[in-house]
Write a protein that binds this ligand. Structure first.
Ligand code: NAP
Length: 302
């Protein structure tokens, strides 16, 4: 295998240890810890497992964590009241509403009701605007793109002047990571191209990429011959392509694949993220980092 593996599982551990130390230090000096509330409405199994993992990670880091689990028929008004309560609670620095929400609740209205200074997911229009401006304006970069950038930095990949091609233009991955990579600053300062279903010749753009970030949700979309030899390939895609029986638990589990033909791509790329174990573990990690940052901003220590 030619490419260096960029392992999200290892980078996650490095970052969580850094956060853990900082939390202990702030607790000793200031007598406070980061507070994170996760709000789950209904019983979507995927949402329950995400929220459980978030709470478990927050707990491990010594955060003050609250999990509010509410019934599927909750009214929009009741959810808005709850958000208002946490917006005004000084022990809470991050508010996370797990999506999707039941159909009687307008997601946009809910996300917009979160205090932008507690919006650790970075989805509030104010934080989207701050991200666009860049520099010191940025408070909470959205977690998956922030994780991608952190992986590129920690893998030692040169970004200044690099040709970055982003496949996908979603509001949660493609657009924000493209915006982050073009800003002046560490882990950025790149020349960015964004491609999507309206792009005429996807392959020719991908072939130019020194850093290829793929977030399309199409298994095997990026062919090995589209990869520039030595490029850094970040595969964000998580696609269920089948099921198998877990050797550990004996239970059925999903077989996951990325958007890149990994086995062939790893022989051409300089570095590459696997799926699973690549970008996936970074998202919750960056959520924790944003929550810690929210507390530090409140304390005026950054
Ligand atoms: P999304 O909202 O469905 O957006 C997909 C984007 O890819 C769209 O902009 C779409 O173009 C583009 N696209 C789709 N098929 C394409 C094709 N054949 N050629 C060119 N462009 C194409 O998806 P998302 O939320 O960004 O997620 C993308 C993938 O990342 C999914 O597999 C998701 O599960 C994964 N993901 C992983 C994490 C994580 O690991 N933590 C987090 C978020 C997402 P148009 O705009 O033209 O339709």
């Amino acid at each position: 295998m030619a490419a260096k593996l960029i392992k999200g599982t290892e980078i996650r551990e490095e970052i969580l240890e850094e956060i853990e130390k900082e939390v202990a230090d702030i607790k000793e000096k200031h007598g406070v810890v980061p507070g994170l509330v996760t709000i789950l409405v209904g019983e979507n199994p995927a949402s329950i497992s995400y929220v459980t993992l978030k709470i478990k990670t927050a707990h491990r880091l010594g955060f003050h964590e609250i999990q509010d689990t509410l019934s599927e028929d909750l009214s929009e008004e009741a959810l808005l009241d709850l958000i208002d309560k946490y917006n005004n609670d000084d022990s809470i620095h991050g508010i996370l509403v797990q999506l999707p929400l039941p159909k009687q609740i307008d997601e946009k209205k809910i996300l917009n009701a979160i205090d932008p200074d507690k919006d650790v997911d970075g989805f509030h229009p104010v934080n989207v605007g701050r991200l666009m401006i860049g520099g010191d304006e940025v408070k909470f970069p959205p977690c998956t793109p922030a994780g991608i950038q952190e992986m590129i930095i920690r893998a030692g990949v040169e970004t200044k002047g690099a040709e970055v091609v982003v496949v996908g233009r979603s509001n949660i991955v493609g657009k924000p990571i493209a915006n982050m990579m073009l800003q002046k600053g560490v882990g950025a300062n790149s020349t960015v191209t964004v491609v999507h279903t309206g792009t005429k010749d996807l392959a020719s753009h991908c072939r130019r990429a020194d850093i290829l970030i793929v977030a399309a949700g199409v298994p095997g979309l990026v062919k090995p011959e589209w990869i520039k030899p030595g490029a850094c390939v970040i595969d964000v895609g998580v696609n269920r392509i089948g099921e198998k029986i877990s050797e550990k638990t004996g239970k059925k589990i999903a077989i996951l694949s990325g958007d890149v033909d990994f086995n062939a791509a790893k022989e051409i790329a300089g570095s590459i993220t696997p799926v699973p174990g690549g970008v996936g573990p970074m998202t919750i990690t960056m959520l924790m980092k944003n929550t810690l940052k929210s507390l530090k901003l409140r304390l005026g220590i950054i």
